[in-house]
Design a protein around this ligand. Structure first.
Ligand code: F0G
Length: 364
């Protein structure tokens, strides 16, 4: 048999000594993690100072988002405990991951989704992986409230990030960044919705620092969509609105840990408009060949804002960026998850007769 690469290993086998698993835990994996860290010289040029900018492309995970890292741990632990049904509330990616890992484990899965607010690719995933799809006529926060009440049901495992095993799995992305760069970056930028991921990265960076695998911790900088920015405005948003549907959340479950991560790391939470998000998504695809979903592009929109002295806020960590810093942006999900959001903003295709001259004319 040919040797397995890190990629097919999955995050539990790669980092099992730092995860809440034992020899007795059945490993339910799809070979998640070990995602590409893609250097962007064009983003680096915008900050200068010899800095290096890398994109952690989580869209390369098996179900197309970072959720797979947490799901492999949560589902493996749930299987060990004898759970037979997984349940979650979701803006789409968690439900896709839960449904896939449930299928892999031979478990049942039910997903509660805000009706009419989920990207089509994610809905398709939930159906095709065999989950019971339940549309709730309310937003994500209301779906999560229902799921919280189901937490004590025997045989059911809640696999939202209120399940700590999820964040344990997600922290492995920080381990991978340090393993690849040789140390923690100076700044880590990522989108914030339910706020679990920023807390998970921070935990991962802290643990690696304690183990002397990293000599420092990054400043954590999170971006919320302007219409769904409870942490930035420091108040619950009862009716959050953004076309970046993955982060359309008004009352994040990990609000406290996210605030602590930002404070302890001397980072920041900022906002980006939908217009900035979609323009950053197009910029990234057209300039680097990386297609990330709208919520993921919030990191890039945020980077572009911070890189511009006229637009960044007073406490922006970019203002005192040391020379030759490493900066990492997490791109949380694949652009193919939500093609409707892109096509709505694309021009119609050019039309030509089926001959060489007609095509050449369009190229001139
Ligand atoms: N980016 C994407 C693509 C997401 O799907 C999510 C969250 C986030 C960013 C924000 O991460 O919640 O840890 O702050 N999606 C959840 C879901 C809410 O149900 O799929 P967070």
């Amino acid at each position: 048999m040919t040797p397995r690469t890190d990629r097919s290993f999955g995050v539990i086998n790669r980092y099992r000594h730092l995860l809440p698993v034992t020899e007795a835990t059945p490993v339910i994996s799809l070979g998640e993690g070990s995602t590409p860290l893609i250097e962007s010289r064009k983003l680096a040029a915008l900050v200068g100072k010899g800095c290096r900018v890398c994109l952690k492309f989580e869209g390369a995970n098996p179900t197309g988002s970072f959720k797979d890292r947490g799901m492999t741990v949560a589902v493996s632990v749930a299987a060990q405990r004898g759970a037979t049904t997984l349940i979650c509330a979701s803006t789409g990616n968690t439900s896709a991951a839960a449904a896939a890992y449930a299928a892999r484990a031979g478990m049942r899965c039910a997903v509660l989704l805000p009706a009419g607010k989920i990207a089509l690719g994610k809905i398709a995933q939930a159906f095709v992986y065999g989950a019971k799809v339940i549309a709730i006529d309310d937003n994500f926060d209301a779906c999560l409230d229902v799921v919280r009440e189901l937490q004590k049901e025997p045989t059911i495992a809640v696999v939202n990030s209120i399940n700590p095993d999820r964040l344990e799995g997600q922290k492995t992305a920080a381990f991978e960044v340090v393993d690849e760069l040789g140390d923690a970056p100076a700044i880590h930028l990522l989108p914030v919705g339910n706020a679990g991921n920023i807390a998970a990265y921070w935990k991962g960076y802290q643990e690696y620092r304690k183990l002397n695998r990293a000599s420092r911790s990054p400043r954590m900088v999170g971006f919320q969509a302007a219409g769904a920015a409870p942490i930035f405005f420091d108040q619950v948003v009862p009716s959050p609105e953004t076309a970046a549907s993955a982060i359309r959340i008004g009352n994040p479950a990990s609000w406290g840990p996210a605030k602590a991560a930002v404070k302890d790391s001397e980072g920041a939470i900022d906002i980006v408009s939908d217009e900035e998000i979609f323009s950053a998504q197009r910029w990234l695809a057209a300039n680097e060949g990386v297609f990330a979903e709208p919520a993921s592009a919030a990191s890039v929109a945020g980077f572009l804002k911070c890189a511009d002295p006229a637009r960044r806020c007073g406490s922006c960590p970019f203002a005192q960026l040391p020379e030759e810093s490493n900066l990492v942006l997490t791109l949380t999900g694949h652009g193919l998850k939500d093609v409707a959001a892109v096509l709505d903003r694309c021009p119609a295709p050019l039309k030509a007769e089926a001959n060489k001259e007609a095509v050449l004319q369009l190229l001139s």
